[in-house]
Design a binder for this molecule. Structure first.
Ligand SMILES: NC(=O)c1ccc[n+]([C@@H]2O[C@H](COP(=O)([O-])OP(=O)(O)OC[C@H]3O[C@@H](n4cnc5c(N)ncnc54)[C@H](OP(=O)(O)O)[C@@H]3O)[C@@H](O)[C@H]2O)c1
Length: 335
């Protein structure tokens, strides 16, 4: 049976500055399943992620730019509503990378069945999805975190950051968490039990502040923001400290290239390791993550919050608000 699919596409590239809702448009098209291996899926949740900002420019990045006028791809969880496939039944819950659409028709090759449904579906886009995997790989594989270390986390009230904080706490680490609102500070302190959380927007001199709240310095800095924050953190690293470069959200919409790090001497003298990583390189290394994270969520050791906007037409607003820090935890759109 034919259906109408509503989707969001990019109207034009946004090389610099913060994207606006007017950069996107809601479109629709008729869809149907025809071939033997095809299914039709009604999305339940779609993921709204900072990396999408980098795909809104024509510049070559680690992923292709979005195609103007086409549906924006990205992670989503949905339910099969029509099937020609022997491998998928109506009602199956599946994940895809087909993005910002309410429904889609596709080959079974483009979807993956989700088996454990005792956990809320949305978690498969958060702690049990790409952002949780990023926190896990970043800490264990890239940062080689050890028990009782001191860990600084930026964008700690977001999806990756809040998971990083909780894993580090499970490792008996001392966790210092930075975020951009008092509400997020409260959540980090009172529910996620970090050792110290602060609103970076209220701090005049971050280097002095970090020295005051954590005089011994940091073994690990999990960097989600880049820019001036990274430079300040370098000043406060311990000898042989590790900086995990996960994201650079403070620079993604910047209108100038910035001046670069001015304290590389600290990297040399303290023998720091600074290492970037992309989770896409670790897709085949997810078994331990899935086992551990499923257990931790069921045991209540990993808590998660979500900021959910309702309806496919709200995806652009959710994205603009994500870049402006209006989310606590994972930013999602519910269909
Ligand atoms: N390496 C990888 O493979 C990989 C994978 C996933 C995500 N990431 C990166 O990890 C980071 C977190 O991703 P996420 O999905 O969990 O997003 P998120 O942290 O849930 O949301 C983004 C947050 O960034 C903060 N932010 C925005 N502008 C900022 C600025 N100028 N300075 C400091 N903070 C700013 C805002 O929180 P505040 O209220 O704290 O300002 C906003 O809520 C992003 O940089 C993302 O690109 C990397």
């Amino acid at each position: 049976m034919n259906e109408i699919s509503k989707y969001i596409s990019l109207k034009q590239y946004v090389p610099i500055g913060t994207p606006e809702i007017s950069n996107f448009e809601l479109k629709s098209e008729e869809i149907k399943i025809e071939n033997k291996d095809e299914v039709m899926v009604l999305n339940q949740f779609i993921s709204v992620d900072p990396y999408m900002r980098a795909r809104m420019t024509e510049k070559k990045n680690y992923k292709e730019p979005f195609k103007i006028g086409k549906a924006m791809d990205g992670l989503a969880i949905g339910k099969v509503i029509q099937t020609n496939s022997n491998n998928f039944n109506v009602g199956d819950i599946v994940s895809s990378n087909l993005g910002w659409r309410d429904k889609y028709a596709t080959s079974e090759k483009n979807i993956k069945k989700i088996i454990n449904q005792d956990i809320p579906l949305s978690a498969y886009l958060g702690p049990l999805g790409m952002t949780g995997h990023t926190a896990y790989i970043g800490l264990f594989k890239i940062g080689k975190i050890k028990e009782n270390q001191t860990v600084l986390v930026s964008s700690a009230g977001g999806s990756v950051g809040s998971t990083v904080c909780q894993i580090a706490k499970m490792m008996n680490c001392k966790v210092i968490a930075s975020t951009g609102s008092d509400k997020k500070v409260d959540w980090l302190k009172n529910e996620l039990n970090v050792d110290h959380a602060f609103n970076y927007k209220k701090i005049d001199n971050l280097v002095l502040y970090l020295k005051e709240v954590c005089p011994e310095g940091f073994d690990i800095y999990f960097d989600n923001v880049g820019g001036d924050f990274l430079e300040s953190a370098i000043f406060r690293m311990k000898n042989f400290g590790k900086i995990i470069i996960c994201g650079r959200i403070s620079q993604m919409s910047a209108t100038s290239a910035g001046s670069g790090l001015k304290n590389m001497a600290h990297v040399l003298v303290k023998r720091l390791t600074i290492r970037g990583f992309l989770i896409f390189d670790h897709e085949n290394d997810s078994d331990n993550f899935q086992q551990d994270m499923t257990k931790w969520i069921i045991e209540g050791k990993i808590k998660f919050k979500e900021t959910i906007y309702d309806g496919i037409d709200k995806a652009p607003q959710a994205f603009v608000d994500l870049l402006n820090g209006k989310n606590i935890g994972k930013m999602l759109v519910k269909i």
